[in-house]
Design a protein around this ligand. Sequence first.
Ligand SMILES: [Zn+2]
Length: 113
Amino acid sequence: MHEMSIAQSLIEIIQEEMARNQAKTLRSVRLHVGEMSAIVPDSLSFCFEVITAGTDMEGARLMMDIIPLEGRCLSCGEAFRIKDYVFLCPFCGGSEVETVSGQELSIVEIEVE
Ligand SMILES: [Zn+2]
């Protein structure tokens, strides 16, 4: 389950951030999880709970915004939503498509006390 190591590294980042702000309690964390980031949100939630149990981060809320997969066609420059992982431009049929969003995993907000 690779969510365990992802949760672990998220927690390390959060801990550094809390130390920098001299925060004692973690209330919530908001993540942007790309549709194509290969992360199962439920699984990540579970791992987060397991790792934070018994620590001063226990009970913190993990919120996840799922970011849709979007691409841009390199031939005509149009941006579009990629559905079912079909990397084809709906405007000109071009197959050279760069991913604009949907692969990220980032912490966008940490609420501490
Ligand atoms: Zn195109």
